[in-house]
Design a protein around this ligand. Sequence first.
Ligand code: ADP
Ligand code: ADP
Length: 224
Amino acid sequence: MLVLKNLVKTYDNGHQAIKGISVDIKQGEFIVLVGPSGCGKSSILRSIAGLESITSGKIELNNRRIDTETPASRDIAMVFQNYALYPHMTVYENLAYGLKNRGVDRNTIESKIEKVAETLKITDYLDRKPAQLSGGQRQRVAMGRAIVREPQLFLFDEPLSNLDASLRAHMRLEIKKLQRELAVTSVYVTHDQVEAMTLADRIIVLNQGEIEQVGTPAEVYHQP
Ligand code: ADP
Ligand code: ADP
């Protein structure tokens, strides 16, 4: 499970983007963060991933304190909206890159990639470069690169916001399916209410760096 305890993030210019947030996220839970632009969603994701240092508080992942660890040792995978694939590498090489760096042997890499490629239906594109793929295919590869590492936690920063409406709807369902299959704890940031309702076990509504509401999609969106 993921625990945020009194998390505070104050940027160098003095702006307090996260104002003492506490939340317990269960193993396998899919959490969606929503709220107006500037409310601190990205700051929270980046703090969990270790791309930002936190000002005070604590972050624990599976009973291990991670806010003092380097990003690489946190065992967290992050999926961005801009894919962040290596353009000069094939899909296969993109998927293999992280595993290779960690010294995983060639046969293991090959069998892991085979399995993930099948799950994401990208087996036919393994030899292509990212530029030869559609937006949806690229997004699937980006997700594959995260999945193949078998992380303890997934962070998604508006991963579908660059796709057109029909592709977004399709990918929403794919993520939902993966969520059921893999049951990896996930924190997902979006502006899209349909995405939040489709994917979330619980939704956290943020406002100006504070938690305004936590609840199931039904609790958050169907208030009497
Ligand atoms: P969201 O993702 O919800 O749009 P952010 O986490 O990006 O919100 O930003 C939260 C607040 O922190 C905003 O007011 C933003 O302007 C500010 N902020 C974000 N990054 C920085 C930074 N590097 N330095 C100073 N202020 C920042
Ligand atoms: P290197 O870093 O040694 O040049 P590559 O990253 O090109 O190696 O490939 C590593 C291994 O992955 C190769 O031995 C190759 O067998 C395998 N491989 C590369 N592309 C594919 C693919 N599209 N499908 C299956 N296996 C592949």
